[in-house]
Design a binder for this molecule. Structure first.
Ligand code: ZN
Ligand code: ZN
Length: 363
């Protein structure tokens, strides 16, 4: 019997397919097909690329990273293979410049049963720079909403403005708003206007400012026309701040309250008549007539604590005064100097820190 051998490499001790050993057969008839050339649009602003009809974000920050990511994502789409075969596709690229046309040598490792073969192909990618939809809108400064920050009293303070900027920053960092942006901030006589990309973003920011700063919100919509049966226009949200500061006295309806903080949009303080901790709901806060003022504070030295009384000395006029001890005085010690306000003869001690007017036990 005539010995059969591979027509290409001459091996005899192996299975032959159409007169070729298996490795030679696969080399001659590769079990994959390669799309040699392709055009891909990419956004040079944010490093996203367009696949079929969709812009794909890569979160890359430089060209090298982007090219690596792009090749990893798109090469498998260019190389089709028969089922039952495992292909390992590795781009062998060293250059990182995003020029118009890039030639990418690709190493393809074919694995079938215990056979491993390596092939090299070249894929040409035409990179077409083009601003993505999002970057186009950003560049045009498109916006859906305006947030109007104003104060109930006078101008929005620098401190309030910083607090608002921090809130905006935090909201923009959430996954829900990662594509949102602020095209501009306009100064106004009584405050400032923040233009925002979407109404959703405007509502998120406004809700946070309400919760953390007790703001009152009022939304309005200005229709500018119709498009495909949908109303077109801008939403404005007026965000009005109560602008109260710690230690301020607030007269609301028939109550006199020492303001402590805003919590979940509500005012928290101490009722100066009853000494009780009081919460004024957001709705009541904004529906009532409010008067507020900053009381002048005086310094007192605590001379002694005995029974239900604190013996104190007013450090301005050296007057000795006895003050009834209250639960909130639990952390006061003899020798402490404290700030206090005089409400119609009643001395109300603010704790040494000033900021935390109430001990945690009151919570
Ligand atoms: Zn052979
Ligand atoms: Zn872009």
């Amino acid at each position: 019997m005539a010995k059969r051998f591979c027509a290409l490499c001459g091996r005899t001790d192996t299975l032959l397919v159409e007169n070729l050993c298996v490795p030679c057969y696969l080399k001659k008839h590769p079990p994959f097909s390669v799309k040699q050339e392709s055009t891909i649009r990419f956004c040079p602003q944010c490093f996203s690329y367009k696949l079929t009809k969709r812009w794909v974000q890569t979160n890359c920050t430089n060209e090298t990273e982007f090219l690596e990511q792009l090749l990893k994502d798109v090469l498998p789409r260019f190389i089709k293979h028969a089922p039952g075969i495992e292909l390992i596709i590795e781009p062998q690229i060293t250059q990182v410049e995003l020029k118009h046309k890039i030639e990418v040598p690709v190493s393809i490792t074919i694995k079938k049963e215990n056979l491993t073969l390596n092939e090299r192909v070249t894929v040409t990618i035409n990179l077409e720079p083009s601003l993505c939809g999002l970057c186009t809108r950003k560049r045009r400064g498109d916006y859906e909403s305006i947030l109007q920050f104003r104060s109930l009293r006078g101008r929005v303070s620098e401190e309030e403005r910083q607090q608002i900027y921090d809130i905006i920053e935090r909201v923009l960092q959430t996954e829900k708003h990662k594509d949102d942006y602020i095209p501009q901030i306009k100064e106004k006589k009584q405050g400032f206007d923040v233009y925002v990309s979407t109404t959703k973003l405007a509502k998120s920011i406004a809700a946070s400012v309400k919760e953390l700063m007790g703001a009152n919100l009022q939304e309005s919509f200005k229709l500018s026309g119709m498009k495909n049966g949908k109303k077109q226009g801008k939403t404005s949200i007026s965000v009005r701040l109560p602008s109260l500061s710690v230690g301020e006295i607030v007269q609301i309806s028939d109550r006199t309250i020492l303001f402590e903080k805003i919590e979940k949009g509500n005012l928290v303080g101490r009722n100066l008549e009853t000494g009780e901790r009081t919460v004024i709901q957001h709705k009541e806060l904004w529906e009532s007539e409010i008067q507020s003022w900053k009381p002048s504070t005086e310094e007192y030295l605590i001379i002694s604590i005995a029974g239900d009384f604190l013996q104190t000395m007013n450090l301005e006029n050296y007057e000795i005064l006895e003050i009834r001890k209250e639960p909130s005085h639990f952390n006061l010690r003899e020798g402490d100097t404290v700030k206090a306000i005089n409400m119609n003869g009643k001395i109300i001690i603010l704790t040494p820190e000033g900021a935390s007017l109430f001990p945690t036990q009151a919570d």
